[in-house]
Design a protein around this ligand. Sequence first.
Ligand code: SAM
Length: 284
Amino acid sequence: MTTIDNLPPLREVIARHDLRAKKQLGQNFLLDLNLTAKIARQAGDMSRCDVLEIGPGPGGLTRGLLAEGARHVLAIEKDARALPALQEIADRYPGRLTVIHGDALQIDPLAHLTPPIRVAANLPYNVGTELLIRWLTPPEWPPFWQSLTLMFQKEVAERIVAAPGSKTYGRLALLAQWRADARIVMTLPPEAFVPAPKVHSAVVHLTALSSPRYPADPAILSQVTAAAFNQRRKMLRASLRGLHPRIETLLEQAQIPPTARAEEIDLERFCRLARAVQAAPTAP
Ligand code: SAM
């Protein structure tokens, strides 16, 4: 069988290197190289970019990224068993694939990357959400990445792109949409993976904005949205009471009815409220 890169099919690679999926590493592999090439294309033009891939496993998405023209891929993989399979891909694409063995939550990849940088990954969901939050909250904006193309559990993907008024709207949507454009570009059924997970998955593509959509101090915005959504059923004048002694006045300044609930308030108004909180003297 010919593949996109004349390397052996992934089933054969997995069998040869005895890469049986391990649950504790969140391993659900993509074996269809046409599908991984399609996911890679969602990352956009990679010909002048370095691509950071987290969790390459046997290398299905890695092969997609390289076949679709990524200038260079830096792949971080925790499972040592995958390294020989990844070395075969590196040999097929001389100078274009660097593999680091380690935990992506512990490694700072920036020393190994040359901008512009895109990120692409099919990760265990818990690690994926933690990394997404880190990538969205760097000390300075714009961040090191131009775009993120990430596989998530469909329910998490929906939380990232959610609009006000929907059940999935909350802090993750606000965080993602404040400084990035975020959209779901593909959905995948459980059978796309081996072994099949219990739930559907979706690929989210985020593009970094050059500056936040609306001005606000990141720490204050985070404080306001945490307080608002931690008690999402309460009216804002109650859930935000602890933030400021004159919170009702600040809500009105931000054109937010004090009786509204968090899930009705859009990003622009949350940013307005964060600015009002920042500008207000704390003494009553
Ligand atoms: N990218 C491959 C694919 O699409 O078939 C594998 C995807 S599998 C869902 C997740 C991969 O992430 C596994 O190879 C697993 O070993 C790796 N992984 C899990 N936790 C990791 C971590 N903390 N750092 C780096 N890789 C990790």
